[in-house]
Design a protein around this ligand. Structure first.
Ligand SMILES: Cc1cc2nc3c(=O)[nH]c(=O)nc-3n(C[C@H](O)[C@H](O)[C@H](O)COP(=O)(O)OP(=O)(O)OC[C@H]3O[C@@H](n4cnc5c(N)ncnc54)[C@H](O)[C@@H]3O)c2cc1C
Length: 584
């Protein structure tokens, strides 16, 4: 059986689906309908193009219809929008580049329609200098606006970045894309303000992981406004003024809206397809929708969240490409007459939502479950924190990172990881994503055999170290406590006795108010000062010396002794984040 595969959407999932379908089935007719003027371009690269880090616009294009036809004999129709689907007749109604409507019959249909932006209720949002950053035409519009502000270099014609020219950028929304745009406008020399409705940037991460990103932005001169939102935008000559809900005003030359996306399910609805509980298109592991002749792939559909087994909608490029590949293969196999259990069938196992962002020198990201997600879903988790270097501490330019692990209290299975630091955050997140996907436990993590030479890592890599710490806690040989837990206990009925085992000098330079200083060097001689009838929490700079002290106490008969994760460094950060001062 041969026939026609129609794919709606020609960027990440759609282009992957088309290429895979052709590699699977040489006979099928494959048609891609794409409503925009470009196919298969790097929307992930757009912010870097805006800031000039990606100098060439051409670099954004991964493929074009001519190349796609040459390589794959796929008929890509740009500026062609699918309007509706008649699932009974297996037909798509579309309007072409010439404005003429038509219908196209299909044997298999793949919906790769991506997302639509969430448009915040702001009056004046349609102003000339307010933009989205989602597509190449969006980026072109921003560059056009920049061309009225920035000078150009003589040769090459690229924009020259300016310093202190007084240009101002407003970023509405402090998620990944907003922050990538903020970084790039700052690179261009714009005074940048980020307005975010939540009490933290990067709402998809736990607050203590996201907070350094905010500090980095502020250190670089950005204004970060949290717990507030833009209510209206008023033009002011070539500039505009945003009035925030709080009454605060922000004048800007250019604004970018990055307030999130939702799955584009309009066509799916027209075909009567089932949507899942997330509002995205429900699919099985083979990317098949509730109609066996229609597949869906990418940001518009659900996937299984591996840590919980529940459906999620995660709009990220990695899953979109994989789902497209799977849908393409399975649709093409259908047309070859393959049975449902044909071994060539591909199936999507699930997603972790692994994501990362760089802002200036700081890199932050996560994979799998976060503390916030666990709390929302009522899932009982343990967390462990580790601070360690990206490579051997004695090798030049070692940079510390903070790693947070979440694992199941009963089995020790890894459920999530987040990290913030500079170099090497990406590598640890990828190792941990692999470990989580492989259903590894904290004890598996401590056994990982990772590459090591001083420029690249440590003999005890920070990811493995996180395994040591979490596994020690899980086995009960070194119970730990997060700063937030300890802070809460300090004002509770049975406040723990807090011992700081750093040197006197370190202690004098800054300490938690309630802490008693017993340096590790003197620890064994001063055990009598530590009560046996109260919980004890030990703390040092990052958690290692306090672990040694903890083992001394536990080996000497104390029973309720915990190590403060992340030590003074993390506690201080969390205090400044939570209340602006140390509550202890
Ligand atoms: C600025 C930016 C930066 C990003 N950075 C990252 C990153 O660093 N890492 C990461 O993992 N992800 C990132 N993403 C997300 C990633 O780009 C998306 O997850 C991915 O592109 C989704 O692919 P998709 O094919 O599902 O949807 P899309 O890429 O959105 O493609 C859907 C296409 O369908 C077309 N379409 C919709 N309806 C119709 C219709 N009725 N008829 C015809 N065509 C239609 C649209 O025009 C669109 O071109 C970023 C996204 C943006 C915008």
């Amino acid at each position: 059986m041969t026939g026609r595969i129609v794919i709606v959407g020609g960027v990440a999932a759609g282009a992957s689906a088309a290429a895979k379908a052709r590699r699977t089935n040489e006979q099928a007719e494959i048609v891609v309908l794409e409503s925009g003027p470009y196919m298969s371009y790097a929307n992930c690269g757009l912010p870097y193009y805006l800031g000039g880090e990606i100098a060439s616009r051409d670099a954004l294009f991964v493929a074009n219809p001519t190349r796609f036809h040459e390589y794959f004999r796929v008929d890509v129709r740009l500026n062609t929008k699918a309007l509706s689907i008649s699932a009974n007749e297996r037909k798509v109604e579309f309007v072409g580049a010439d404005g003429v409507t038509g219908t196209l019959a299909y044997d298999r249909l793949i919906l790769a329609t991506g997302t639509v932006p969430i448009v915040p209720p702001i009056s004046g949002l349609d102003g000339a200098n307010v933009h989205y950053c989602r597509t190449v035409p969006d980026a072109d519009a921003i560059m056009e606006r920049l061309s009225h502000l920035l000078p150009r270099e003589m040769e090459g014609g690229h924009f020259l970045n300016v310093k202190d020219a007084g240009f101002q950028a407003l970023i509405i929304g402090g998620g990944y894309i907003g922050l990538e745009c903020a970084e790039q406008f700052m690179r261009r020399g714009f005074r940048t303000t980020v307005v975010e409705t939540q009490d933290q940037l990067m709402g998809s991460l736990d607050q203590e992981i996201a907070h350094p990103v905010q500090l980095e932005l502020q250190d670089a001169g950005a204004i970060v406004v949290l717990n507030d939102s833009v209510a209206s935008i008023e033009p002011m000559g070539n500039r505009s003024t945003a009035v925030l809900k709080s009454g605060r005003k922000v004048t800007f030359d250019i604004a970018v809206v990055g307030t999130g996306v939702r799955p584009n399910v309009q066509l799916a609805k027209s075909a009567g397809l089932s949507l899942g509980e997330t509002g995205a298109i429900a699919v099985d592991a083979w990317q098949r929708t509730s109609d066996p002749a229609i597949f869906a792939a990418g940001d518009n559909c659900e996937a299984v969240f591996l840590p919980t087994g529940k459906p999620v909608n995660v709009p990220l490029a990695g899953p979109a490409n994989k789902q497209g590949r799977i849908a393409g293969q399975n649709a093409a196999l259908d047309l070859l007459g393959a049975k449902r259990d044909d071994p060539r069938r591909l199936a999507m196992r699930g997603v972790l939502g692994t994501a990362i962002v760089r802002v200036g020198k700081v890199v932050a990201g996560g994979t799998g479950l976060t503390g916030k997600m666990a709390k929302r879903a009522g899932i009982d988790v343990c967390s462990a924190y580790v601070i360690g270097p990206n490579h051997a501490g004695y090798y030049p330019d070692a940079k510390l990172m903070l790693l947070k692990l979440l694992y199941a209290p009963d089995s020790g299975r890894l459920l999530g990881a987040q990290a913030v630091g500079q170099d090497g955050v990406d590598k640890r997140l990828d190792v941990l994503a692999t470990a989580i996907q492989g259903e590894m436990t904290v004890e598996d993590l401590e056994q990982l055999d990772l590459c090591y030479a001083p420029p690249f890592g440590s003999a005890k890599d920070v990811a493995v170290m996180a395994g040591f710490v979490a596994a020690n806690a899980w086995r009960g040989t070194s119970p730990g406590a997060s700063p937030l837990t300890v802070f809460a206990e300090m004002s509770g009925e049975r406040p723990p006795f807090l011992v700081d085992v750093r040197t006197r000098r370190e202690f004098e330079e800054g300490c938690l108010e309630a802490a008693v200083n017993i340096p590790l060097d003197e620890f064994r001689d001063r055990l009598a000062e530590i009560p046996t009838d109260r919980p004890v929490v030990l703390q040092c700079g990052t958690g290692y010396r306090s672990y040694v002290a903890q083992r001394i106490l536990l080996n000497n008969g104390w029973t309720d002794v915990r190590n403060l994760y992340g030590g003074y460094g993390l506690s201080k950060r969390i205090c400044s984040m939570v209340s602006g001062k140390l509550p202890l």
